[in-house]
Design a protein around this ligand. Structure first.
Ligand code: HEM
Length: 420
């Protein structure tokens, strides 16, 4: 019987060997440790993510322990008891998703690329300017700064509004977790008032770019004009969309940057290949996300008893798609444990399918095109401004400081030694 324990330090250091064993022994495995079905094969992962009628994203089906914790979070959230985009299915999901999806159209994002390039380049200048003896720490000095920058550009914020809107959004986000304090709740209530006023002002003046996602959220009423009165999103729902974008796009993007820097820092071959041929940049970014995905676990709930891949699942069972497993499935990816920046090169002949780093199906990451642009610009700039970088002598790839959260992946700190 395959054994799975994601709480062990050795799993945090390297989940991939354990996931490979599981995928080969039992690609759909019931884990008593986490009380859930663990899916590690690409094909089964796809089937789960593409069938929201059988595998729901709505946690109201969760066991009493999980539902109690969610109910607690909702009660304490300054946003009130609103439904969240990522936790809805079917029409209620589409109703909210289409409000934000407009602001992520590739044509709109490509127009932002130049601004993203300029701001990312400045962040990297700061990073490299602050090095001591050639060593820089990239998590706090770069990775966590990029998401806020790209989000404020993508929301369409005027530079004068940026700091206040972003700090209010993050203050509201703080009440979405289990550790809400009185101070956090008070700060979130004040932030909610300011952000509501801001959204109202946006809907009738030119404070944000007209094709931005914030403009789309503020004018949701016009977008939903074909709907009935009760279908119109409430102010809380609109605020929740802003917060959800920030929440879904922050740690993930920062971790993808750190995981990518780590992958290049320990692979001279990959770094040289990309330095010699910058046309590999897009492929390299998709490979970073396949090789070491930031969001490792996608959770669903079974809507009715069913036989799936030969195992009997019951209504309300929890199913977890382990992206670290699916993305290294040897039935789908050749030499899956090799970090190969040419894997997604359009004429490489490998025909590697998209990994599940951004999910699949109706909840496919709405921010994926923005995240890709951000990563492309980070690595373009980093490689242009340095002649090489490697892991600092103080760090061991197998024992980097990591969070205890097995749902996410990215070192808490990462030092690289840079040659300019
Ligand atoms: C490298 C960075 C990113 C990664 C790896 C990532 C990953 C993912 C994944 C795996 C999902 C699907 C979750 C599921 O099916 O349960 C998702 C959904 C989502 N992501 Fe991202 N994401 C990233 C960046 C972003 C950014 C920059 C934004 C916004 C600015 C964003 C906004 C969202 C939203 C709103 C959803 C929920 C979509 C829905 O439920 O319809 N993400 N993301």
């Amino acid at each position: 019987m395959a054994y799975f324990n994601p709480f062990r330090p050795s799993y945090m250091a390297d989940p991939y060997s354990s996931l490979a064993r599981l995928r080969s022994d039992e690609p759909v495995h019931y884990s008593e440790t986490v009380n859930a079905w663990i899916i590690t094969s690409y094909q089964y992962g796809l089937e789960v993510l593409q069938d929201y009628e059988t595998f729901s994203s709505n946690p109201s089906r969760a066991s009493s322990k999980v539902s109690e914790s969610l109910a607690y979070v909702r009660q304490n959230s300054a946003l009130g008891n609103v439904e969240r985009l990522a936790q809805l299915d079917s029409f209620s999901h589409t109703r909210l998703r289409r409000i934000v999806a407009r602001g992520f159209a590739p044509s709109i994002l490509e127009k932002l690329r130049n601004d993203i390039r300029i701001e990312v380049s400045m962040l990297i200048d700061d990073l490299l300017g602050a090095h001591s003896g050639g060593v820089v720490e990239v998590v706090q000095s770069l990775a966590v700064k990029v998401p806020e920058t790209i989000l404020s550009l993508q929301l369409g914020l005027h530079v004068d509004d940026r700091d206040q809107v972003m700090s209010d959004t993050f203050a509201l986000m703080q009440t979405n977790f289990n550790d809400v304090t009185v101070a956090k709740r008070r700060a979130a209530r004040e932030a909610k008032v300011r952000l509501t006023e801001f959204l109202e002002s946006v809907s009738h003046d030119e404070r944000v770019a007209s094709d931005s996602v914030l403009s789309s959220i503020a004018r949701a009423e016009e977008i939903s004009s074909d709907n009935t009165e009760e279908d119109l999103p409430s102010t809380e729902e609109l605020l929740a969309l802003v917060v959800d974008l920030a929440q879904a796009g922050s740690a993930t993007t920062a971790e993808a940057i750190t995981n990518g820097i780590l992958a290049f820092a320990i692979s001279d071959t990959a770094q040289s290949a990309l330095r010699e041929n910058s046309e590999l940049l897009d492929s390299a970014v998709d490979e970073i996300l396949r090789f070491d995905p930031p969001q490792q676990v996608l959770v669903r709930w079974v809507t009715s008893d069913l036989l799936f891949s030969g195992v009997q699942m019951k209504e309300n069972d929890v199913v977890m798609v382990l992206v670290g497993g699916t993305n290294r499935d040897p039935d789908v990816f050749e030499n899956p444990d090799i970090f190969d920046v040419e894997r997604y090169r359009s004429n490489s002949g490998s025909d590697a399918p998209p990994s599940l780093a951004f999910g699949r199906g109706s909840h496919y990451c709405v921010g994926a095109p923005l995240a890709r642009i951000a990563l492309q610009e980070v690595f373009r700039s980093l490689l242009e401004k340095t002649s090489s970088f490697r892991l600092s002598d103080q760090m061991e790839p197998g024992s980097l400081p990591r969070t205890e959260d097995w749902f996410a992946r990215g070192p808490k700190a990462l030092e690289i030694s840079v040659t300019l």
